[in-house]
Ligand binder design. Structure first.
Ligand code: SAH
Ligand code: SF4
Length: 409
């Protein structure tokens, strides 16, 4: 947990004991096959379980009628059918966005957001699911509601993919062929600080015998964990990489993305550039646009200079207001002006709007309201600190605060 001096809210992470049984959807097929082998069962039993887990409508091992009763019981003793204990849903954007709050076995809560983008002329219909990789986040970007919660724990592989299984099941239940077309790791947490589990989850989502989603339909978003980006590049598969850049200048990025003090902008962009070259895939750079913060002409020019000639795409997203910050979204005209300046350098720019803003379900804005409201006096102190830090950053001073403990060690 970072910023221990500012205990804003009690997120209630992990207050009860975690169920020790692994979630079945996170178990590697070879491990499941070995489990059956140990019991003298044929290898096709593992395939039956995987098929039921990823494709069927079963809601428990008991529903998997292709298996004998004794095996169903043994499976339920060894594994959990799902790691999500209970769920609540909130709809917004006229039904186009649905936020799910998932309660896990130890009492941690994480969220996922399902977004519908109806088709149109020259546009395919999309169903995008934004998923969480950690309960809370240690990076602590000051404009992010998740960062404000601090770090709870890494999610298990099954806890990540069960968000997807749940949404896929709900969509299948609607009928009419609706299905998930895209998955983005833009919910709670920093995926590259839980990389082993995230990679296992991606393998499950990508494998034809399991979820079977094309690698390029899966986007991993990072605040700039350079060794993690390099590991992704070495793996080779063509996932989409999104970098949460927010600022091209170190002094400002030190404040907006505290991880920058460990891996500065030039190192992050160099790793992303190598990734684009190695995979032939455009890297997305995300900038949350903060009024009077990172939206000046000087910032646009610094960004254009940084990315000139790269295989890159810039997404500008007006900041969703978060209670504890002194900041607000940049006005639309300012965002357009910023976009035009960056485009002049030949870099494609899209202005996006976050979904689910009214229910706190915008990607990256996920933080459960049930965590409780921060105290007004603490918010005021935090705002003052942020204002001072951003004023320093805008003057071009590097931050003198230490890198948050537990980040990127
Ligand atoms: N930790 C990873 C992935 C989750 S955050 C990362 O930072 O990339 C997903 C995205 O939502 C990030 O680009 C993040 O900067 C953005 N985001 C966070 N808080 C936001 C806010 N209040 N308004 C708009 N975008 C926000
Ligand atoms: Fe963590 Fe991403 Fe939020 Fe930063 S923006 S605190 S890295 S979840």
């Amino acid at each position: 947990m970072i910023r221990p001096e500012l205990p804003l809210i009690d997120p209630g992470f992990g207050s009860s004991v975690r169920d020790p049984r692994p979630g079945v959807a996170g178990v590697k097929p070879e491990d499941l096959a070995a489990w059956f082998e140990e019991r003298g069962e044929p290898a096709y039993r593992a395939t039956q379980v995987l098929d039921a887990c990823w494709r069927g409508s079963a809601r428990s091992f008991e529903d998997v009628r292709t298996l004998p009763g004794s095996l169903r019981t043994a499976l339920a003793e060894a594994f959990r059918w799902t790691t999500i204990e209970s769920e609540t849903f909130v709809e917004s954007d006229g039904g186009l966005t649905e936020k799910a709050l998932h309660a896990l076995s130890d009492g941690s809560n994480v969220e996922s957001v399902l977004m519908h983008f109806p088709g149109g002329p020259g546009r395919r219909e999309r169903w995008t699911l934004c998923i969480s990789s950690q309960a809370g986040c240690a990076v602590g970007c000051p404009f992010c509601a998740t960062g404000e919660l601090g770090f709870g724990r890494d999610l298990e592989t099954a806890e990540i993919v069960d968000q997807v299984r749940g949404a896929a099941g709900r969509l299948a239940g609607r009928g009419g062929g609706a299905h998930l077309t895209n998955i983005v790791f833009m919910g709670m947490g920093e995926p590259l600080l839980n990389l082993n589990r995230v990679l296992e989850a991606i393998a499950a989502l990508n494998a034809p015998r399991r979820f079977g989603l094309a690698a390029r339909a899966i986007t991993v978003s990072t605040s700039g964990v350079v060794p993690g980006i390099r590991r992704l590049t070495d793996l080779g598969p063509q996932f989409t990489l999104a970098i949460s850049l927010h600022a091209a200048r170190d002094a400002l990025r030190d404040v907006l993305v505290p991880l920058n003090r460990r891996w500065p902008v030039a190192e992050v962009v160099a790793a992303a550039r190598d990734h684009a070259r190695a995979t032939g895939r455009r890297v997305s750079y995300e900038l949350t646009m903060i009024g009077g913060g990172n939206d000046t002409d000087a910032d646009a020019d610094a960004l254009a200079e940084l990315l000139r000639g790269d295989l890159a795409h810039v997404n500008l997203i007006p900041m969703n207001p978060v209670a504890h910050t002194p900041w607000r979204a940049s006005p639309a005209l300012v965002v357009e002006r910023f976009a035009a300046r960056v485009r002049r350098a030949g870099i494609p720019v899209t202005i996006r709007h976050n979904r689910g803003v009214d229910v706190g379900a915008a990607c990256g804005q996920l933080a459960a309201e049930h965590a409780g409201q921060p105290l007004a006096a603490v918010v005021a102190r935090r705002r003052q600190r942020l204002e001072e830090a951003s004023a320093r950053a805008l003057r071009g001073d590097r931050s003198d605060e230490p890198v948050p403990a537990g980040v990127g060690e």
